[in-house]
Design a protein around this ligand. Structure first.
Ligand SMILES: Nc1nc2c(ncn2[C@@H]2O[C@H](COP(=O)(O)OP(=O)(O)OP(=O)(O)O)[C@@H](O)[C@H]2O)c(=O)[nH]1
Ligand SMILES: [Mg+2]
Ligand SMILES: [Zn+2]
Length: 340
């Protein structure tokens, strides 16, 4: 049986499925990276991390992704633990959901402080983060390049209320120890445009350039991340480096939206109609707030754009499938206990 103390280094939290540890013969491991039909997984024994390449059992009904907790028997993943959180986006190749990462605690919404950041982009990343079940933290990078930080903080204030904000620079080191304390022992990933400074943050926190090795250099001599890979941090916990997202296509539910646009949700209680779409409707409290300057028109436009996009996406949150997976897991653990 795998000891829980060994897994804590890999980001195990009390919220992860306890029954997963009752697997008798199987080794519990964490998926580091997936390459098509096989994956690299990491398991811990004492203070040593062991990485091995494993295949997928044909009986799996969940395709493992980076961050998944899995049971490994004889070089094969035989079961995937129910996901505590999962970050998803619409599959770029079709109309299904693509799960990018599983069991993430914290999502750093990474934007450079210079040039002045896009508020719409911050909002969309926040929706995606809240919707995954993880907690977003806003990280403003490259503070050393910014001549007026107060101006930037004031600029982002309308989209960052209720959001912890950390200002960093890998050049002068500011914010890094704060960020270190925040991510220690957790599973963290980053959302942000290419070049925002995600890999640089990971390297700075890791204290090496570990995360630069697997990336590609683009034409401008810049390192660009091309895969999703989990890095164990020397002080406990793991960070997942991901490529910059180009189009922030959303695969979100209303929860993520109302967490992000808490001001609009609050106002909408006062709309005359409970299904008010806040589009020039009579008795709309949101439109009234825009008219008298309590809410910016940009904020409402951004909310409308997110809503419109979601009505195109099929809502694929499927609680039935989740319950089925839990049941399968319970049965599998029961069987392995009987065969002891
Ligand atoms: N001056 C300064 N430059 C930074 C800072 N952080 C990152 N950079 C630079 O910004 C560039 C892009 O950084 P990356 O860490 O590769 O960005 P990324 O978000 O991982 O980009 P993708 O992998 O393409 O998604 C690099 O040239 C870094 O050296 C910072 O705090 N200050
Ligand atoms: Mg990168
Ligand atoms: Zn309204």
């Amino acid at each position: 049986m795998t000891e829980r103390t060994d897994l804590v280094m890999l980001g195990w939290t009390p919220d992860d499925e306890e029954s997963f540890l009752e697997q008798t013969e199987a080794q519990i491991a964490r998926v580091v990276i997936v390459h098509g039909g096989h994956a690299e997984v990491m398991s811990a024994s004492g203070t040593e991390n062991v990485t091995e390449t494993v295949l997928f059992s044909s009986t799996l009904d969940t395709t493992p992704v980076a961050g998944d907790w899995v049971a490994v028997l004889q070089g094969t993943i035989v079961e995937v633990a129910p996901r505590r959180t999962s970050m998803a986006r619409p599959d770029p190749g079709g109309n299904r959901t693509q799960v990018l990462a599983a069991n993430i605690d914290l999502i750093l919404v990474v934007v450079a402080a210079d040039p002045i950041p896009s508020l719409n982009a911050i909002e969309r990343m926040q929706v995606m983060a809240w919707d995954s079940g993880a907690t977003p933290v806003l990280v403003l990078t490259k503070a050393d390049q910014c001549s007026d930080l107060d101006e930037v903080l004031e600029h982002v204030a309308p989209v960052s209320s209720g959001l912890e904000t950390i200002v960093t620079s890998i050049t002068d080191g500011r914010g890094l120890s704060l960020l270190h304390d925040r991510v220690e022992n957790l599973t963290t990933t980053m959302l942000g445009a290419s070049g925002a400074g995600k890999t640089s943050l990971l390297n700075a926190l890791h204290g090496t350039d570990a995360a630069t090795a697997p990336v590609r250099r683009d034409g401008q001599g810049r390192h660009t991340t091309t895969t999703r890979r989990l890095f164990p941090m020397p002080w406990g916990g793991v960070m997942l480096d991901i490529p910059g997202i180009r189009s922030l296509a959303l695969q979100a539910g209303q929860e993520g939206i109302s967490d992000t646009f808490a001001d609009i949700s609050e106002l909408s209680y006062h709309c005359r109609f409970s299904d008010c779409l806040h589009e020039r409707t009579a008795g709309c409290a949101v439109a009234a707030a825009v008219a008298d300057g309590r809410l910016s028109a940009r904020r409402l436009d951004s909310w409308l754009a997110v809503q419109r996009e979601l009505s195109f996406q099929e809502r694929r949150r499927d609680p039935a499938a989740m319950a089925e997976q839990r049941k399968r897991w319970k049965q599998a653990t029961k069987m392995s206990r009987k065969s002891r």
